[in-house]
Write a new protein. Structure first.
Length: 370
């Protein structure tokens, strides 16, 4: 099975991995999350709105179905050759009942993060009307756990996406000058990524100047770039289905003393965290190393977000380098390391690299200097 030239794990593993002491919690797994659907089947249909679905997978020990509508039928048959393709024509809820009855489902596992309360109610109502005694079993992170560990093909796809993003920025940064607006810079960066061959953006670019850079997720405005103030960029591309995510903070002209001090603290915190990454270490411990260093320099209250996150088919996925959750790092995981310091009224500095976990520790995937 291929996902844009990337090997995916065989779907039955989903069921095998969920065995409990008292048998398996479900006999059919319904996959609704777009990225999980793509990872398992290769189908690239996009959902669009939250309550709109381009399709869903039904996986049992012996069968795997991709259910979609007429808009995506040809695409599904082309992209997911290892799945049975079923194109429904009537009400989706009643069609699902037919599918579940045909699969002889007794316990249906569904992705709780994706199935809305309204659609859960509709499906349950239809099941009751049909007299089908099927137990709905909520699940979390079953496919996401598989996606967190990348195989060599996925790592190569991520490297290619990152290389494209960096090459565009290398050409872009030499044209930076005072007088340009944040919006103009964001558009130039977006245009460059698309012209370089990106499928799309991994996310809308962040371009923040001066005091605006104190907002980690600032939205570009008409503010004009000036010399000697922070200029924060956060951008990434999606190429062949895989994302990249980078942050750089620059200054045009001569930086002030605050910038030099803050930049060095952030850079040191990033390097300390990267040096600590290796198999068996927890994500919480890595986050703590960077966070403690920033706090020791008097900026503890100015670093509020997590240290990093996994990147793959989605821009944000597991593992998460965060004080709020802890995952043991494994070989093949890819994560960002992006400490930041944000000072209201002045600006901020964030530096973000992507690293892969190997048996010998972390390998920085970026080629451009921080």
């Amino acid at each position: 099975m291929k996902v844009n030239s990337t090997s995916a794990r065989p779907p039955p593993r989903i069921l095998r991995q969920t065995r409990q002491p008292v048998d398996r919690p479900f006999d059919t797994f319904m996959v609704l999350i777009e990225e999980n659907r793509r990872y398992l089947s290769g189908f690239t249909g996009q959902d669009g709105h939250f309550d709109e679905s381009a399709g869903m997978l039904f996986i049992t020990e012996h069968r795997q179905l991709l259910v979609t509508d007429s808009r995506y039928e040809l695409q599904a048959r082309t992209e997911a050759p290892e799945f049975e393709i079923l194109c429904y024509k009537n009400d989706l809820a009643s069609s699902l009942c037919d599918i579940l009855e045909d699969l002889k489902t007794k316990r249906l596992g569904f992705e709780a993060a994706r199935l809305s309360f309204r659609n859960h109610q509709r499906l349950q109502e239809q099941l009751n009307k049909r007299g089908l005694k099927i137990t709905m079993v909520p699940t979390e992170n079953l496919v996401e756990t598989l996606r967190a560990v990348k195989d060599p093909h996925e790592l190569d796809a991520i490297r290619r996406s990152l290389a494209l993003s960096e090459s565009v920025f290398d050409r872009f940064r030499v044209k930076l000058r005072p007088g340009l607006t944040e919006k103009a810079l964001a558009w130039t960066l977006e245009k460059g990524l698309r012209e370089a061959g990106a499928d799309s953006l991994a996310f809308p670019p962040i371009v923040a100047t001066g005091p605006n850079a104190a907002m980690p997720h600032a939205v570009p405005t008409e503010r004009v770039v000036s010399e000697s103030e922070p200029l924060l960029f956060d951008w990434g591309a999606r190429l062949n289905g895989y994302c990249s995510d980078i942050s750089r903070t620059l200054v045009l002209g001569t930086p002030d003393a605050t910038f030099a001090a803050v930049y060095q603290v952030v850079r040191d915190a990033q390097q300390m965290a990267i040096d600590a990454i290796k198999p068996g270490v927890t994500t919480r411990d890595v986050d703590k190393i960077a966070r403690d260093h920033i706090a020791s320099k008097g900026f503890g209250e100015r670093f509020g977000h997590s240290l990093g996150h996994g990147v793959g088919i989605a821009t944000h996925e597991g593992p998460h380098l965060s004080p709020l959750r802890s995952t043991t790092l494994e070989i093949g995981m890819v994560t960002t390391v992006e400490p930041g310091i944000y000072i209201p009224g002045w600006g901020g500095v964030r530096l973000e690299n992507m690293v892969a976990v190997t048996e010998n520790g972390a390998v920085v995937l970026n080629r451009s200097p921080v």
